[in-house]
Design a protein around this ligand. Structure first.
Ligand code: PLP
Length: 379
């Protein structure tokens, strides 16, 4: 029987809270319902794949934003299909695109090459196919297509461009930049309406909604500008971190306190294999002890320097304490690696109480995934 080292009951644990998911969806829906007549929320599935989390978001009325056939399989498992799915991603091959077309899902093309694939598919089926366009407005990075490059295709009879999409600047990034990008997307849309007779069925703002500010601060300027379009397209949003970020809270034990070059470090048993150090992840750490706060950096147990949870915080922390890490539901479980071989236990809290998500003993599951026999003994 495989057992992980240490006391399983006191090991790191992450709890996902159904009530917080509901609160975040309701917050967004309340804003959108007041602000615009026809708006649709597509949860960006890549932010967290955990079944109870996604099932609850779907039950609360969210569609899904996806990028791969694996993500499509998750959508299918939850009964999400057709117009409740929007696809993005730079690597949509012909087979995937054929399925998208035949199933009536929304798709934002990311390149001229993908647009041409759609033309082929539409001609083979003898009908017009509708698509949106993911715009690249900076000439930088790999995502999206330049407006002028796709503008040359707007008179193609077999593929009708009915949507514009822009996603750049994830949650945690500058709000003014976020707004500026979406306004520039709408400028392109208005030009296409005027000059090429395009009729938009949707405007897709992508993700990047900020959970810590009023939604109006971010969205009001965009909604106002939407009324300058000729049509009244549907409004799509693709929030990931906004919905699932605040829903998860981790607890971790401080194993070692040490000082290196004058900086005090608290080394915990939960690190970057779960708390992925993306620049958008600014983890908020809380200590129950509040007597004498001092400057401390909090880091995980792994032997690489990027394994840092929080730098130079003012906290009172001693060895053996348990720390709480707030707002860690986005791009953590979905990007979690087996590095270090100590996966945290994941839990789901709902009105039914707290129950395990997935493998009850993740260390055993991890061993099996690496090809070890289920009955080999632990350390
Ligand atoms: C196309 C697209 N839409 C939405 C999102 C969700 O972004 P966020 O989690 O910042 O809301 C992402 C995330 O990278 C994305 O790539």
């Amino acid at each position: 029987m495989i057992e992980s080292d240490g006391d399983a009951a006191s090991g790191p644990e992450v709890v996902y809270d159904a009530a917080v998911l509901r609160r975040q969806v309701q917050r967004l829906r309340r804003y959108l319902d007041r602000a615009y007549p026809d708006s649709h929320v597509f949860y960006a599935l890549k932010a967290c794949y955990l079944a109870p989390v996604v099932r609850r978001l779907v039950d609360l009325g969210c569609g899904l934003e996806i990028m791969s056939s694996g993500e499509r399989a998750v959508a299918a498992a939850l009964g999400v299909e057709g117009e409740r799915i929007v696809w993005n991603g730079p690597a949509l091959d012909v087979t995937t695109l054929e399925r998208i077309v035949d199933r009536g899902e929304w798709v934002n093309v990311d390149s001229r090459s993908v647009f041409d694939r759609l033309v082929h598919i539409a001609r083979a089926r003898g009908r017009t196919v509708e698509a949106g366009v993911r715009l690249n407005l900076s000439g930088e990075g790999k995502l999206g297509v330049a407006p002028d490059e796709i503008g040359a295709c707007l008179d193609e009879p077999s593929v009708s461009i009915v949507g514009v999409h822009f996603h750049h600047g994830a949650a945690g990034h500058d709000v003014d930049d976020w707004v500026d990008g979406r306004l520039r997307m709408l400028d392109v849309a208005m030009r296409w309406e005027r000059e090429a007779g395009v009729t938009l069925r949707y405007v897709d703002l992508g993700g990047g909604l900020q959970a810590r500010i009023e939604l109006g601060e971010q969205l009001d300027p965009i909604i106002e500008r939407l009324w300058d379009l000729r049509s009244v397209p549907r409004l799509f949003v693709e929030p990931g971190a906004f919905l699932v970020g605040p829903a998860a809270t981790a607890t971790t034990r401080v194993v070692t306190i040490k000082t290196v070059g004058g900086r005090r470090w608290a080394i915990t048993d939960l690190g970057a294999s779960f708390l992925v150090p993306l620049d958008r992840a600014r983890f908020e750490v809380e200590s129950a002890r509040q007597n004498e706060p001092g400057s401390v950096s909090v880091a995980g147990p792994f032997c690489y320097e990027a394994d840092v949870i929080a730098r130079d915080r003012s906290l009172d922390i001693q060895e053996g304490d348990r720390l709480t890490i707030h707002d860690c539901g986005a791009y953590t479980a979905s990007m979690m690696s087996g590095f270090g071989a100590v996966p945290p236990r994941l839990r789901w809290r709902s009105v039914r109480g707290v129950e395990p998500i997935g493998a009850a003993d993740p260390a055993r599951h991890w061993m099996a995934a690496q090809g070890y026999e289920p009955d080999c003994s632990g350390p």
